[in-house]
Write a protein of this length. Structure first.
Length: 471
């Protein structure tokens, strides 16, 4: 196999990053094993998807691996929104991380939110078990191996057994002309019968250099736990964004993962739900809005291992300009997963003839007595809907905006975290008007208008309302 140019992403760089972070020898060895996978794997392993690999292709040699600690001020980025006294918030500016100050009721219960390097120093044995039993496997994906080899930052979240974290925990990443790639490895472990809401946000200043933000995120939900995770990606128009997420859902636990992607030039997302216990439930929501020459590549998989499990994942996006997207998804129901229910859907709306989207859903079922549905659609905006709205007095642009916002609503309305759900509506409408809105902008608006504070509501059962399964 011909050696590809990898810029500064070399074996020597792996050792240098590990040494600069003062890591133990076992972690350096795991990095080197991941590097071998990164060096040998193609950008896309599945032959069904190979011809679409160009959508998320980017020049790796344009970026660096070294965490040089470039200075960036997260508080000036938001122009006074952050005061320095925020609780339950972990800030990261380029590769520099600022430890979170947890509320006393949360920290006294044993909940942890800290930079990954601190977690390794604090409890090396536990972290070693997590690294050696990774959910995001290096051999499964080239860019998972890339992050596993070169990560220079990361976050560790732990909620002990039986603890309900009443307030959302939050992480904000800001990139401001970094000298190297921001490459993160994140672990979230939630104990049995515990509860966690976690918000992840990624921002970068417009203009300047082209940032690379790459990450893996692993969520482990112990039996009977409830986890709501959301991610908002608002990087600048030159950025490259790569994300691999794996979610292990145990018996009688429930996990929802909601992602909103509005920024970056190239975005590559992989999400795998592993339903590994009887009664496990998982829901995934991916929302995107592209314009100009943005290129988005999504893959989402539901893997049902145990009986009586429920999984659903939905992607919904709108494309303008010459933007391009691809959604790939698979439902896999194993031989032991009787009475499982699975739903996978992708729907895209094209606002201009120069935009393009593809959807490739799939099923692999190895047992009977299951419910499984998948669907995909790509269509232009409905002219009849526009005519209906314009006939009632709306200008064309307002009618188009109303149709677009309504198109997102079936997925937005199911996101259980209200701050994410309402923030997504606010930012999508901003992108329609060409504005770069953030959650900080919405929080400031709430402070002015006196709206109620965000609440978390339980998601409704998709299968009870789906036409195929109505009684």
């Amino acid at each position: 196999m011909a050696q590809r140019a990898m810029g500064s992403f070399t074996e020597e760089a792996v050792k240098s990053v590990s040494m600069s972070l003062e890591e133990p020898a076992w972690l350096t060895e795991l990095r080197l094993q991941a590097f071998e996978q990164f060096r040998s794997l193609p950008a896309e392993k599945n032959p069904l998807y190979t011809k679409y690999a160009f959508i998320s292709a980017f020049d790796e040699s344009a970026f660096g691996a070294y965490p040089k600690g470039t200075e960036a001020d997260p508080r000036s980025f938001f122009k006074g929104y952050l005061t320095g006294k925020e609780a339950n918030l972990l800030l990261q500016a380029n590769q520099n991380e600022f430890p979170a100050q947890l509320e006393s009721t949360i920290s006294s219960a044993g909940t942890v939110l800290m930079p990954l390097r601190d977690a390794i120093r604090h409890d090396e044995q536990r972290m070693r078990r997590l690294f050696e039993d990774r959910l995001v496997k290096s051999e499964a994906d080239r860019y998972a191996a890339f992050v596993n080899a070169f990560f220079n930052a990361g976050t560790y979240v732990s909620v002990p057994e039986g603890v309900v974290v009443g307030e959302p925990l939050r992480k904000m990443l800001i990139t401001d002309n970094p000298t190297g790639g921001i490459i993160e490895q994140n672990f979230i472990a939630v104990g049995a019968r515990s509860r966690l809401v976690f918000l992840e946000e990624s921002y970068s200043r417009q203009g300047g250099s082209q940032p690379l933000v790459a990450s893996t995120t692993e969520i482990r939900a112990a039996p009977g736990s409830v986890v709501d995770f959301s991610s908002i990606q608002l990087l600048n128009d030159q950025a490259v964004h790569v994300a691999n997420r794996a979610i292990d859902v145990s018996s009688d636990s429930r996990v929802t993962v909601s992602t909103l992607a509005l920024g970056s030039l190239v975005s590559r997302s992989r999400m795998n739900f592993l339903l590994n216990g009887r009664g496990a439930m998982a829901e995934g929501y991916e929302i995107f809005f592209t314009d100009d020459r943005q290129r988005y590549d999504f893959e989402s998989n539901l893997v049902h291992v145990s009986p009586d499990t429920t999984g659903s994942t939905q992607a919904r996006g709108v494309l303008k300009g010459e933007s391009r997207s691809i959604f790939k998804g698979m439902i896999r129901i194993g031989s032991q997963a009787k009475n499982s229910r699975a739903y996978l859907a992708h729907h895209a709306m094209l606002l201009e003839k120069t935009a393009k989207s593809d959807g490739i859903p799939g099923l692999e079922i190895l047992t009977n007595e299951v419910k499984a549905t998948h669907s995909a659609s790509v269509a232009q905006i409905d002219e009849e809907q526009l005519f209906y709205l314009m006939a009632r007095g709306l200008p064309l642009d307002d009618a188009r905006k109303m149709v677009v916002l309504g198109f997102f609503e079936p997925v937005l309305s199911r996101i259980p975290i209200e701050q994410t759900r309402e923030g997504a509506r606010f930012m999508i409408e901003g992108k329609w008007h060409g504005e770069k809105r953030t959650l900080a902008d919405r929080d400031a608006l709430i402070a002015l208008t006196g709206e109620t504070m965000p609440q978390v509501r339980p998601a409704q059962d998709l299968f009870e309302s789906h036409y195929k399964y109505r009684q």
